[in-house]
Design a protein around this ligand. Structure first.
Ligand code: NAD
Length: 320
């Protein structure tokens, strides 16, 4: 019988640490050298476990997989995995919530501060030694502003915690959390998204992608925002209507946005958002810290080992 094997679907940073942990336990580990939009079906069919970050898995490929026992998400959002098919076929789907919440929250704060303090423009100006242009680029303080957090789970709460020293007013829209929890973080729960959008100077998204949250920020919602508002999206690209966001940013109807996540990933070079001056950008990297990769590699390897040793894995998504 061939030894148990695991396919790691993307060339993740620091992946050697996970491979070593698996190989030390007698498991063959193969790492894809390239990013595939869809995990290749032939690989899914041949392995006992998959570690997947941002590639998608089709329901058809899971239907055909005879050996597969666990799909371990290298992250939180599981909208790229056919959960129901996996559950029906007895394949565990697990994620690693919690480990990267602080990374995304710190990144969110960095993105907000970078926009308000115009770090990118000042950096460019300095490289060209444009000393006389200094009066044209003034910062704005975060202190005293109103920040709207949409989605008050692990990440949203960490953002509220990190905002404390800035003495911001924090509004929260999340119909699924109790007022008392929101108040514990010194924030105010609002029942209506419109109010949060109208009142906030900074709006930051921390919801999962679901049928309810897809395009929850569309043209109408963007137009409700203050003209000098800042929008941060580290949740999922499709939570915002990208076309509407482009139009609104281009027309200067809001001040700026930080876009970390994209409607289509990998983002294509001809996405017009890439050319907007008031869009600060990253490539789905809000959680990519050294600490996160080290802890996540260990978690994934240990969770797969649990399943291959006949134990139940941790963080099965349908049990939460
Ligand atoms: P979580 O499950 O702890 O929290 C999500 C919150 O969203 C919950 O409190 C839930 O009640 C709320 N919510 C659900 N539907 C809502 C709706 N319609 N309106 C308002 N609130 C709603 O998840 P988390 O760990 O905080 O992560 C949030 C999301 O961030 C993930 O699902 C993932 O898509 C994204 N994420 C991105 C990165 C990155 O690198 N950019 C990393 C980690 C997570």
């Amino acid at each position: 019988m061939s030894p148990p094997s695991v396919y790691i679907t993307e060339p993740l940073p620091m992946v050697e640490e996970m491979v070593k942990l698996l190989e030390d336990a007698g498991i063959e580990a193969e790492v894809s050298e390239v990013f595939h939009e869809y995990v290749p079906e032939d690989r899914i069919m041949e392995v006992d476990g998959i570690v997947v970050a941002d590639s998608r898995i089709t329901p058809e490929s899971v239907e055909k997989a005879r050996r597969l026992r666990i799909v371990q998400k290298f992250g939180v959002g599981v909208d790229t995995i056919p959960i129901e098919v996996c559950r029906r076929r007895g394949v565990y789907v697990c994620n690693i919530p919690g480990i990267n919440s602080l990374d995304v929250a710190e990144f969110t704060l960095a993105a907000i501060l970078s926009i308000l303090h115009r770090i990118r423009e000042r950096d460019l100006m300095a490289r060209e030694a444009r000393w006389s242009d200094r009066p044209k680029v003034l910062s704005e303080r975060l202190t005293g502003k109103t920040v709207g957090i949409i989605g008050f789970g692990r990440i949203g709460r960490q953002v509220a915690r990190l905002l404390k020293p800035f003495e911001t007013r924090v509004l929260v829209y999340d119909p699924y959390v109790a007022v008392s929890l929101v108040e514990e973080y010194g924030a105010e729960k609002v029942e209506d998204l419109t109010r949060l959008l109208k009142d906030s100077d900074v709006v930051t998204l921390h919801v999962p992608l679901t049928s309810e949250t897809r395009h929850m920020i569309g043209r109408r919602e963007l137009r409700l925002m203050k003209p000098d508002a800042v929008l941060i999206n580290t949740s999922r690209g499709a939570v915002i209507d990208e076309e509407a966001l482009y139009d609104v940013l281009r027309a200067g109807r809001i001040r700026a946005a930080h876009i970390d996540v994209w409607a289509k990933e990998p983002v294509s070079e001809d996405n017009p958002l890439l050319r907007l001056e008031n869009a600060q950008l990253s490539l789905h990297q809000a959680s990519w810290s050294v600490e996160f990769f080290r802890e996540a590699a260990r978690f994934c390897a240990e969770n797969i080992l649990r399943v291959l040793r006949g134990l139940k894995p941790l963080n099965v998504v349908w049990e939460k």
